[in-house]
Design a protein around this ligand. Structure first.
Ligand code: SF4
Length: 528
């Protein structure tokens, strides 16, 4: 039997890896590798398949295998190439796919024996047949988009994944997004039509995870509400499913902020037990939203929208950007004011980055305004040359903004504002506290996680302890049902603040220009 090893390399540490949260929860990585588990499920049973996620285990380069499949985003590319070299040295064929290969097919072909561009569902089987016959190509491309309703989309092989090493598991319900923001590569990778699986299939995947004792699921969609009617049907099915489970599952996803306009949709999110939602707010500046083609945020009252989500006890994890062409130095103050006014406790502010494959990259390339590699981390560097300020000024002002928004006092104030908005009745029913108190739904692991968060602060510095007690007391004063929300906010804050305070910030990733160290900022308020 031919042996296939599927690998996802470890990503460089970033704000998205939530390292501190994972340490507190005593897991090795945030999200289980849905792509690998799906590819394994697409592999016919005549092959022996193994999965290695380097975030939670090391790679045995001398393992007995005939083929290595490596997947990753552009941030993984360096490590993907290193891994490929090691296996090629040992005479093992390497095949690469994923977002990096789709946006950089030519570069990828220099480093892997076989490159797959586009979605894998149809091509993977085709490649395996060719490989079996001994007559395979070095480049495969999916010319269209996978039809998630009719193309094969088997349940991911979670049995091959070390589930206990992850904070959350992932289920994908849709691909694509009906919008087309200039800086985003979702449309070039997955298209503007929101394609979805059947509700029944998603529920089967969720049930499969529930059987494996998973309690937190990330719906890894580009935009969960890309097709609102479908999203509502799915949410209703999740509510029904949760009512039958001994332990209610908790969910997190990504959606556009205009979800908050639809009261019925928001109530369904709450009743289905969503505890957080990543939304792209980007900027309070209407000029900048317009320049980024993010008009759907201009048509709503964004402050009110954030409040409408958070009042239900759903944390808004907000993607925000500085450095649009219409941004001058006033944008930093405007971002700070917006965060405070809306009570955003998990702001994720980055600098504008132009990834290859986006319309922004194409435009800035023509304008000669790209500088440095596009593989960088937008929370530490940028590859664009800003229009209304120098890059040096942008980075300096950006760091000053992070220093403020990731300070304990700022967090306390935004948390207080969020608490003032909470509708206790709305959150009481599905609260993790209610679950923990109910014998039918004894929620041991979530309770343990809460206790771990408290313990990590208790054994930390005096300022950390004070922050934890302040958040706890503000939560309890509102209602004991707000404790899980307070703990979730605290764990996000600690991860973000620690990441910021322990990084070095550069004008561009590979430039010899002087580093602007965040260390001095860190020393003042460091979380230890
Ligand atoms: S709404 Fe979000 S996912 Fe859709 S194009 Fe804009 S940034 Fe990308």
């Amino acid at each position: 039997m031919k042996k296939i090893l599927l690998i996802q390399p470890r990503p460089p540490e970033s704000i998205w890896t939530l390292k501190v949260s994972c340490e507190i929860a005593k897991v090795s990585a945030l999200t289980a590798p849905l792509g690998l588990a799906t590819l394994a499920a697409l592999t016919p049973s005549q092959y022996d398949v193994q999965i290695v996620d380097e975030s939670v285990e090391s790679i045995d380069f001398d393992i007995d295998c005939d083929l290595v499949g490596i997947t990753g985003y552009t941030v993984h590319s360096e490590r993907m190439i290193e891994i490929s070299k090691e296996f090629q040295k040992r005479g093992v064929l390497t095949v690469a796919g994923g977002a990096f290969c789709s946006s950089h097919p030519q570069v990828a072909q220099e480093h892997f024996d076989v490159v797959v561009k586009g979605e894998a569902e149809r091509i993977w089987g085709q490649f395996l047949e060719d490989w079996d016959s001994g007559d395979f190509k070095s480049f495969y491309e999916e010319p269209g988009k996978i039809d998630l309703l009719n193309d094969p989309s088997p349940k991911p092989r979670w049995d091959l994944v070390k589930s206990d090493r992850y904070m959350v598991h992932a289920v994908q319900t849709t691909r694509g997004c009906p919008y087309n923001c200039e800086f985003c590569d979702v449309v070039s990778l997955f298209g503007q039509k929101s394609r979805h699986k059947t509700v029944e299939q998603v529920i089967e995947e969720v049930k499969d995870l529930a059987k494996r004792d998973v309690i937190e699921i990330f719906f890894a969609d580009d935009n969960f509400i890309g097709n609102k009617k479908y999203a509502k049907s799915l949410l209703r099915a999740l509510i029904e499913l949760n009512a039958t489970l001994k332990i209610s599952l908790r969910f997190i996803t990504q959606a556009t902020l205009n979800c908050a306009e639809d009261e019925e949709l928001m109530d369904l999110f709450k009743r289905a037990n969503f505890f957080a939602m990543f939304v792209g707010i980007e900027t309070p500046s209407h000029e900048s939203l317009k320049s980024a083609n993010k008009q759907h945020n201009m048509r709503i009252d964004m402050v009110q929208s954030v409040r409408n989500i958070q009042k239900r006890g759903i944390l808004v994890v907000s993607g925000m950007i500085v450095g649009f062409d219409t941004d001058d130095i006033d944008i930093f103050e405007a971002q700070k004011e917006f965060i405070m006014k809306s009570g955003l406790v998990v702001p994720m502010v980055g600098m504008l980055m132009a990834p290859k494959g986006t319309r922004l990259w194409d435009r800035l390339e023509k304008e000669n305004r790209l500088e440095g590699p596009e593989v960088g981390d937008s929370f530490k560097s940028t590859n664009i040359i800003p229009k209304l300020m120098s890059k040096e000024v942008m980075v300096k002002k950006y760091l000053e903004l992070l220093e403020v928004i990731y300070s304990d006092d700022f967090f306390r104030k935004t948390f207080k504002i969020m608490m003032e908005q909470i509708d206790v009745d709305a959150i009481r029913k599905e609260s993790a506290v209610a679950n923990a108190l109910s014998p039918r739904r004894a929620h041991f692991r979530l309770t343990m996680l809460g206790l771990r968060i408290v313990r990590s602060y208790l054994f930390s510095s005096k300022t950390d302890r004070k922050l934890m007690f302040d958040i706890l007391s503000m939560s309890i004063r509102k209602s004991i049902f707000c404790i899980p929300l307070g703990m979730s906010a605290l764990i996000f804050f600690k991860s973000n603040a620690t990441f910021f305070k322990t990084q070095s910030y550069t004008l561009e990733d590979n430039s010899p220009q002087p580093e602007i160290a965040a260390a001095s900022v860190a020393e003042a308020t460091a979380l230890r």
